[in-house]
Ligand binder design. Structure first.
Ligand SMILES: [Zn+2]
Length: 316
């Protein structure tokens, strides 16, 4: 396995993977080892594998991938693991949930099987329906965006039946006329004091706008500055923001799962006014990317990723 990792690192250096603060948008594919653990946990705890996978997927982004020697990145709180032991009041974890999942007679917080078995049993104590799992997650993480992200991940994994989802797409068809340059961080022309949090891709009215990743539609509707816009949360805790659309694809609803290449709408020039306002600037797609680290969310430059996805499609 080690040489594969080394090769991936070398390849990344050669093709010059972009900014260093977001390394998760693409990563090594150890899907089979992960799936085996998730499926085993499902068999032992009745929690569907996609939820176990979704929790791990979320934690992989928060903890910079699994520690050496581990397959999952899930790091449980010691309080959850051993219980409050009279020190801190913890109604949910009075005795702790840490258990020996792999039968080696030790309860190891750094052992994947022990962690998954313990977490699975904790969730099962709430029940095994989608709603039960959501409540268990809320009590565990106490953060709405985290719970939402994990539920989204589970939806995506269930839909495609795998965690190996590496395909990406450029947001516009390559055979249309479009142009873009690096404009992230520029002062905005008008409409607010914030810096420009995205890349503008200029194109004609109605050119199809495609999802760049696997994810779930998290937001759809009108915003004074963004016009008709859509937001997609992917499985890397990244929120993709598509603004100034002329139209949305029919039947597209918040909560829908999308994959790279799915058309979500058409290029337009909407925004900077009440709903329906259009034509105050040339038609373009404003494309933004936001990373969530489990505590807060920030904008980063999509330009290197757009360039990379464009090259990936060109070479296909
Ligand atoms: Zn813009």
């Amino acid at each position: 396995m080690k040489w594969i990792r080394v090769m991936l690192i070398v390849t990344s250096l050669i093709i010059g993977i972009g900014s260093s603060h977001v390394v998760h948008a693409e990563e090594k594919d150890d899907g089979e080892a992960r799936m085996a653990l998730y499926k085993k946990t499902e068999a032992l705890t009745d929690i569907p594998w996609e939820y176990i996978a979704a929790i791990d997927q979320y934690e992989r982004q928060v903890h910079d991938n699994p520690k050496e020697g581990r397959v999952t990145a899930i790091e449980t709180d010691p309080l959850f693991w051993t219980g409050s032991a009279g020190e801190m009041p913890s109604a949910l974890f009075p005795d702790g949930w840490g258990e020996d999942g792999n039968g080696d007679k030790s309860i190891d917080i750094e052992n994947d099987e022990d962690v998954l078995w313990s977490l699975g049993n904790y969730i099962k104590s709430f029940g095994t329906t989608k709603e039960d799992i959501k409540i268990a997650l809320w009590n565990y993480y106490k953060r709405d965006l985290t719970v939402q992200t994990i539920m989204n991940n589970a939806k995506v994994f269930e839909e495609f039946g795998t965690v190996s989802l590496t395909k990406r797409s450029f947001p516009l068809p390559l055979n249309t006329n479009y142009s873009y340059r690096s404009t992230w961080g520029d002062a905005r022309g008008f409409g607010g004091r914030r810096i420009h949090e995205g890349t503008d891709i200029f194109a004609n009215y109605g050119v199809p706008v495609k999802s760049t990743t696997y994810g779930v539609i998290e937001m759809k509707g009108w915003n004074r500055y963004g016009g008709w816009r859509i937001g997609i949360r992917d499985i890397y805790n990244i929120y993709h923001y598509y603004a100034h659309l002329q139209s949305f694809s029919e039947d597209l609803e918040v909560g829908d799962v999308v994959k790279p290449g799915d058309v979500v709408g058409g290029v337009g020039a909407t925004g900077y006014g009440p709903p329906g306002t259009s034509g105050k600037f040339p038609p373009h797609l404003h494309y933004g990317m936001y990373q969530d680290n489990g505590k807060n969310e920030w904008s980063f430059d999509p330009y290197p990723y757009l360039k990379r996805w464009e090259r990936m499609e060109q070479s296909n």
